[in-house]
Design a protein. Structure first.
Length: 408
């Protein structure tokens, strides 16, 4: 009897493994009408949002550290009055582009709006340890433990379910589109091509797929799927014969600052169209850089580091180098296209405001916060210190003060 029961359970487990499957995106037969789908031009703007002022905010990767800095920046923008005190600078935010840890605040703000973000995001997201919650969700639940043995369902799929159930409440890109501006662009990395993959309908057109029914949580999971710790997230490509998928990992690998999309939009996309139409007087880029500088523990020993350490430090060095290059490119573009100190006499004034822990004036506090590890779980007091640091960095920024003088 026990042998029969054991065989039955084994067969049931095998059947469950065979049936476990991540939710596939849906096919969208051509032609792909520009008036449909999650695109910048399809989002309504609130009455307080004007085309004369375009504000683009980018949230970098960096785990909870990045989320805390992003929260502090949004809170300060919500308190910053412009235009005679009738609007706030947050009203003028048109695009939020984010990668990795920055995807959580960007998506939460986009789905639920400013009031819910400011009231809920700290307690519903920041003070939790989502990494451990995902681990225990897969370890303690026999159902999930069996499912992740399937080749069609992995740890990132499990994380996406957790995010969807406990953070984003099952919201999809159709819900995000109904909220209107800001246009939230979550960035991942196409593992095969090594290039940025942004969650917009324009990008999904190239897959022959609709983005509307894709859960926002699944996009966040893809954007924050750091290699080794989490697994790639798959999406079906319907533009080729046979069955093909793109596999996405952490967006920070190629664009940790999350500025790639806004740079492209500035050169030849929706921002450039509005600039050339003469509708923009002031263009502001606010770049939240949650870089860190952990102690060099490897340098204290002649012992060769392990494979995981080599991978982690190698990826971090490459990510930081690319982020520095992007930051310099953004500042250079601003200076050559109407920014402070440029020779341009036509077009909008362009400002770049950087929020970087490396600019904190207090040495002890700066080194302490720069040493905060990149993780899904931090102590509440560290989170609150990071939030306050972000607000202080904006307050002390000469570039931010210049924006305020112009808009007031």
């Amino acid at each position: 009897m026990r042998r029969t029961t054991g065989c039955t359970l084994a067969l049931a487990a095998l059947a469950l493994v065979g049936c476990a499957q991540f939710p596939e995106n849906r096919e969208l037969p051509p032609p792909y009408p520009a008036r449909l789908g999650y695109r910048f031009d399809n989002l309504r703007a609130d009455v307080a949002n004007t085309d004369s002022v375009l504000v683009c905010v980018s949230f970098s990767g960096g785990g909870v550290r990045a989320g805390a800095l992003a929260y502090g920046v949004v809170r300060r923008l919500a308190e910053t009055r412009i235009a005679g005190g009738t609007r706030t600078l947050l009203d003028e935010v048109d695009i939020i582009s984010a990668a990795s840890g920055g995807a959580f605040p960007a998506a939460y703000y986009g789905v639920f709006g400013r009031e819910a973000f400011l009231a809920e995001f700290r307690d519903r997201v920041l003070v939790r340890d989502l990494g451990m919650e995902t681990f225990w969700r897969g370890t303690l639940c026999p159902y999930n433990l069996v499912r992740i043995c399937s080749p069609w369902f992995n740890r990132s799929d499990l994380a996406a379910e957790l995010y969807g159930a406990t953070i984003f409440r099952g919201k999809t890109y159709a819900d995000l589109q109904r909220r209107g501006r800001p246009f939230v662009v979550l960035n991942a990395t196409d593992l095969a091509l090594g290039e940025r993959f942004e969650f917009t309908q324009d990008r999904f057109d190239r897959l022959g797929s609709s983005l509307s029914r894709v859960p926002v949580a699944r996009a966040v999971a893809a954007s924050s799927a750091f290699p080794v710790l989490l697994t790639p997230v798959a999406f079906r490509d319907f533009t080729v014969e046979g069955v093909r998928y793109v596999h996405l990992v952490d967006g920070g690998l190629v664009d940790n600052l999350g500025v790639g999309y806004v740079l492209d939009a500035y050169r030849r996309g929706v921002l450039r169209e509005r600039v050339e139409a003469g509708r923009v007087e002031t263009l502001v880029f606010i770049v939240v850089n949650a870089r860190n500088r952990p102690p060099d523990e490897m340098g204290g020993s002649a012992r060769a580091p392990g494979a995981i350490d080599v991978l982690s430090w190698g990826l971090s060095a490459a990510i930081d180098g690319r982020a520095d290059d992007q930051g310099e490119l953004l500042v250079d573009l601003a200076q050559r296209n109407g920014g402070a100190g440029s020779d341009a006499v036509t077009g909008p004034r362009v400002h770049v405001v950087e929020v970087d822990l490396d600019d904190l004036p207090d040495l002890e506090r700066r080194e302490r916060l720069l040493s905060v590890e990149t993780t899904f779980g931090l102590k509440a007091e560290v989170i609150d210190d990071l939030i306050a640091a972000a607000e202080e960095l904006l307050d002390r920024s000469d570039a931010f003060e210049q924006v305020l003088r112009e808009l007031r």
